[in-house]
Design a protein around this ligand. Structure first.
Ligand code: NI
Length: 171
């Protein structure tokens, strides 16, 4: 396994719609293994392919932070097929290091996706799982969490990003 380089906002790959995955081959398996490794190393609960400069529709997630093997899931070609309710909570993103901001999301989502073998699956989740699925599916569509903030919060976030960029932590 290899750790991949995470790209930071506003790299164009983060703002580009990913291409559907068509080949469920060894190179896809390798990419997914490397993405899990990279996500755990960075202590994130989700990581989408565009965040490692691969413009494809897939992401990995584990809302248990490595505690529960059942929550370690790779979702390929995700499609949100049902949402309900709402939640407001702090959200971060590995492509926005050091930035946390309140974002409104649905409370429950059902996502249809393909697993590593290309088989169709559905994941029905609430709370953090729903937040993570929506955040990561957005990445596959070239949408970042900044786009989901209220105008006021987005302006605050942009000022904070400028400050963070000056620290040199943010390339
Ligand atoms: Ni993110």
């Amino acid at each position: 396994m290899a750790r991949l380089k995470i790209v930071y906002y506003p790299k164009p790959v983060l703002l580009t719609v990913g291409k559907p995955v068509e080949e469920f081959d060894e190179s896809l398996k390798k990419l997914i293994e490397d993405m899990f490794e990279t996500m755990y190393q960075a202590q994130g609960v989700g990581l989408a392919a565009p965040q490692v400069a691969v413009s494809k529709r897939l992401f990995v997630m584990d809302c248990s932070g490595g505690e529960d093997q059942l929550q370690k899931i790779a979702l390929i070609n995700p499609e949100i097929i049902h949402v309900e309710g709402e939640q407001i909570g702090d959200e971060g993103c590995l492509s926005f290091p050091g930035l946390y901001q309140k974002v409104q999301r649905n409370l429950r989502t059902i996502v249809r996706y393909q697993d590593i073998n290309g088989e169709f699956q559905e994941l029905d989740g609430e709370n953090l799982t729903a937040r993570c699925v929506l955040h990561e599916t957005d990445h596959c569509d070239g949408i970042v969490f900044l786009d989901r903030m209220t105008i006021l919060k987005r302006e605050m976030a942009k000022r904070k990003i400028k400050k963070l960029q000056k620290t040199g932590k943010w390339e």
